[in-house]
Write a protein that binds this ligand. Sequence first.
Ligand code: NAG
Ligand code: NAG
Length: 213
Amino acid sequence: MATLCNTSDLSFLLLLGIIIVLTQLTSQSEASSNYYISTHAVLSPSAPPLHRSPSPAPAPAPASSPASAPQPALHPLAKPMERRFLAMQGVVYCKSCNYTGVNTLLGASPLPGSVVKLQCNNTNSYLPTSITAVTDKNGYFYLEAPRTVTSYAFHKCKAYLVSSPLASCSKPSLLHGGSTGAALRPEKPIMVQNLPFMLYIVGPFAFEPQCSH
Ligand SMILES: *[C@@H]1O[C@H](CO)[C@@H](O)[C@H](O)[C@H]1NC(C)=O
Ligand SMILES: *[C@@H]1O[C@H](CO)[C@@H](O)[C@H](O)[C@H]1NC(C)=O
C-alpha cells in the first residue's frame, strides 16, 4: 500500500512536475514571444523605414541621383537636345590698323563680302561636309548646313574664315578661332520653313589688315 501510495505520490509529483514545467515553458514562450514582440516594437522605429523603403525609395532616388533621374523626367522638355538641323551665324570684321596682331575688335569694321566656311566631319566617309556663306553689308553671315548634318554632330563641326574681298585685309586672324577653326556655340532652337533647326554662333571673326607703318 505504501508502495502504491508512494507510486501514486510519485506519479502525482511527476504529473505536478510536468505541469509546472509545462506552465513554466508556456510562460517562458509567452515571455519570449513578448520579448520578440517588444524587440520588434523597439526595433520598429528603425525597421519600418527599411520596410517602407520600397515606397519612399522612388522619391529619394530622383533627389539623390540628379544626374540620371532628371534626364528621363525632363526628356519631354529637353527640346534643345532633340535632333535638329544645323544653322550658323556670325559677324566678320577687318581689324583696325591700330591693333594689328592684338585679339581685339576695337576700332574694327564689319567686312562685307568675306567668305566663311562650315566644315563638319559628321560622316564616316573621307570627305567632310562643307558649306560656305558670304557676309552681307553688315559683315553678318547666316548659313544652313546640308540636311545630312544635325545638331547631334555639331561638335564635329568647325567654322573657318576663308577669304576676304579686300586685298588689304585678307589674313584670317586667330580671333575666336577664325583662322584655326572655331567651335560652334549653341544659341537657340529655331524653325526654318517648318523644320526644326538649332542655331549656332561663331566668332566674331576678323581679318588682319595690312598696314603701312
Ligand atoms: C588709330 O589711332 C589713331 C591715333 O592713336 C587715331 O587717331 C585713330 O582714330 C585710330 N583709328 C582707329 C580705327 O581706331
Ligand atoms: C575634321 O577633319 C579635319 C581633317 O582631318 C580636321 O582638320 C578638323 O579639325 C576636323 N574637324 C573637327 C571639328 O573635328
